[in-house]
Design a protein around this ligand. Structure first.
Ligand code: IMP
Length: 189
């Protein structure tokens, strides 16, 4: 079976293909020939995920899914949350976001945070939502080279290494996106 992942992010496509295994082929927007910047104008993760999946379904009429992820930091009252990609401003880099987060967290003793992902699946025109979450802490410094985004500063509970130090296999087995995608994949079985 083929499913289109409504993303331009090659890291995410690889992650999900690894979780899905060989029986499911994960295509992405590039495979569809879609290079549009899909709007994400909702103020909730579910709203953005649905908006992206509907955009693809309405134009290409293929079974598809989209995800939206936010990093919620307790000491920042849940920020950056749904605005995680643009935390340091429009068109900022992952590094800019990590730098801003570490600056805002300077001197904070409560370092608890969680990643949440909502996946919106559209299958034969019907919509389904799946949520995944992982709890952890924001580290004092960036550590590790694997992954992307906030991975170098997020240490999941039960580990003494960041996502960027743990590497893809361990990350996929416990991550927000891994959990939400496995819920979707179990539903598809
Ligand atoms: P998106 O909704 O998946 O595009 O995620 C929004 C932002 O959250 C991204 O731009 C990243 O900064 C961050 N993010 C999403 N997933 C991850 C992850 O697995 N690790 C670290 N950061 C992530």
């Amino acid at each position: 079976m083929e499913l289109v992942f409504a993303t331009h992010n090659p890291h995410k496509t690889i992650e999900v293909q690894e979780i899905a295994g060989a029986h499911l082929q994960i295509k992405n927007l590039k495979d569809l020939g879609c290079f549009d910047e899909i709007p994400e104008t909702s103020d909730t993760l579910a709203g953005n995920a649905l908006q992206k999946a509907r955009y693809v379904y309405e134009r290409y009429h293929v079974n598809c899914f989209a995800d939206d992820t936010g990093l919620e930091v307790d000491a920042l009252d849940g920020r950056p949350g749904v605005y995680s990609a643009r935390f340091a401003g429009e068109h900022c880099s992952y590094q800019d976001n990590v730098d801003k987060l570490l600056r805002e967290m300077q001197g904070k003793t409560n370092r608890k945070a969680c990643f949440k992902t909502v996946v919106a699946l559209i299958l034969e025109g019907k919509e389904y939502l799946f949520e995944g979450r992982v709890d952890g802490v924001i580290t004092e410094n960036a550590r590790g080279n694997a992954g992307f985004g906030y991975d170098p500063v997020f240490q999941p509970d039960g580990f003494d290494a960041t996502f960027a130090e743990l590497g893809e296999d361990v990350k996929n087995s416990i991550s927000h996106r891994g959990r939400s995608m496995r819920k979707m994949l179990d539903f598809l079985k």
